[in-house]
Write a protein that binds this ligand. Structure first.
Ligand SMILES: CC(C)(COP(=O)(O)OP(=O)(O)OC[C@H]1O[C@@H](n2cnc3c(N)ncnc32)[C@H](O)[C@@H]1OP(=O)(O)O)[C@@H](O)C(=O)NCCC(=O)NCCS
Length: 307
């Protein structure tokens, strides 16, 4: 059956769109997970709001919505940091998918911020077939699988990397941001103080750690108050396993019952350490990018929306 032509208007998002976008995201995600044969998790829509606020405040040109008959039916958010142009969220209402709306919003969200020459587009991509097709057509190709791992960790053994908390819990200090930048520049290809502040202040109880081997700082890691590990990383991939097991042990020590992380499939060390601690893969996504950016063998992303 041919569906009728849609009269679509694409416009920049504004703060009063947040609740509608959060509901749309939740509905679209639940539908996707159901189609993939899994049971959708229950999470409060209000948990999605801090990121939407952060995105509009720090990159207003990258956040666009599509309106049909006065109703928001799709939105896309891109985040430009350094020369990485990251597609953070992209969702359409289940009843409005496959009708050409997504492509129009995506075009606007990537073009409106006018990224500098040489910028690489990238995304943590769902396995939705429309999303996959559009990302490839927009120049992003799959470079590794990304595993979301989760669970109650077994006691893990100390192993060469020691974590020392830097700054008070729930506060982002300049020293911590400077330290993160030393590693984010080579690993994540961007200094991103606004995001480092967001990681420490959004979820209550989040902490920043200096990762040390002997007397030397070899990396950093954030452990969020909800047990999510990342962002973090080390320059030397042979220390990736040690960083991950130190982070899991530290999370356990500070009283987290369960931990989770997004681990690039190419970060063999972190993946091995996660499995050794008894964490399980909960779902799969794909890392897609215009070229080989980001040190996937030694970086631990913050998650799917800021990487
Ligand atoms: C991803 C999403 C936002 C795209 O929006 P949409 O309005 O459905 O997308 P469009 O109709 O504009 O575009 C779909 C494209 O996929 C193509 N397509 C559809 N099925 C395909 C298939 N099986 N193989 C190859 N291409 C396919 C269409 O031809 C179209 O490409 P074109 O514009 O070059 O013709 C929407 O489908 C959605 O919300 N999916 C579920 C949530 C999700 O996975 N989001 C991505 C998170 S990373």
């Amino acid at each position: 059956m041919v569906k009728p032509h849609l009269d679509v208007r694409i416009r920049p998002a504004r703060p009063r769109d947040f609740v509608v976008c959060a509901r749309l995201c939740s509905g679209s995600l639940r539908d996707l997970i159901r189609r993939q044969g899994q049971r959708p998790p229950n999470f409060p829509v209000r948990d999605l709001l801090p990121f939407l606020r952060h995105a509009l405040a720090t990159d207003p040109d990258g956040f666009h919505v599509a309106v049909v008959k006065g109703r928001i039916v799709c939105y896309a958010i891109t985040i430009l940091r350094g020369k990485t142009h990251f597609l953070a969220q992209f969702f359409a209402l289940p009843g409005m998918q496959s009708r050409g709306v997504g492509r129009q919003v995506l075009t606007r969200a990537f073009d409106a911020p006018r990224p500098p020459r040489g910028t690489a587009r990238c995304v943590v991509a769902s396995l939705d077939l429309r999303a996959q097709a559009l990302y490839a057509k927009f120049g992003m190709l799959p470079r590794t699988i990304l595993y979301h791992v989760e669970g109650k960790p077994r006691k893990s053994t100390a192993n060469g990397v020691e974590l020392r908390q830097l700054g008070p819990t729930g506060t982002s200090t300049k020293r911590a941001r400077d330290l993160a930048a030393r590693f984010d520049r080579p690993l994540r290809e961007a200094r991103r103080d606004v995001d480092q502040r967001h990681f420490l202040t959004t979820v209550k109880g989040s902490r920043f750690f200096d990762a040390r081997a002997g007397r030397k700082t070899v990396g950093y890691v954030v452990i969020q108050g909800n047990g999510a590990i990342g962002p973090g990383g080390v320059l030397d991939p042979s220390l990736s396993a040690a960083l991950m097991s130190a982070a899991i042990a530290k999370a356990h020590e500070i009283g987290m019952k369960a931990v989770s992380a997004w681990v690039p499939g190419l970060n063999e060390g972190a993946l091995t350490a996660a499995f050794e601690a008894g964490l399980k893969i909960e779902f799969l996504t794909a890392w897609m990018a215009a070229r080989d950016i980001i040190r996937l063998d030694s970086y631990l992303p913050s998650g799917g929306v800021l990487f």
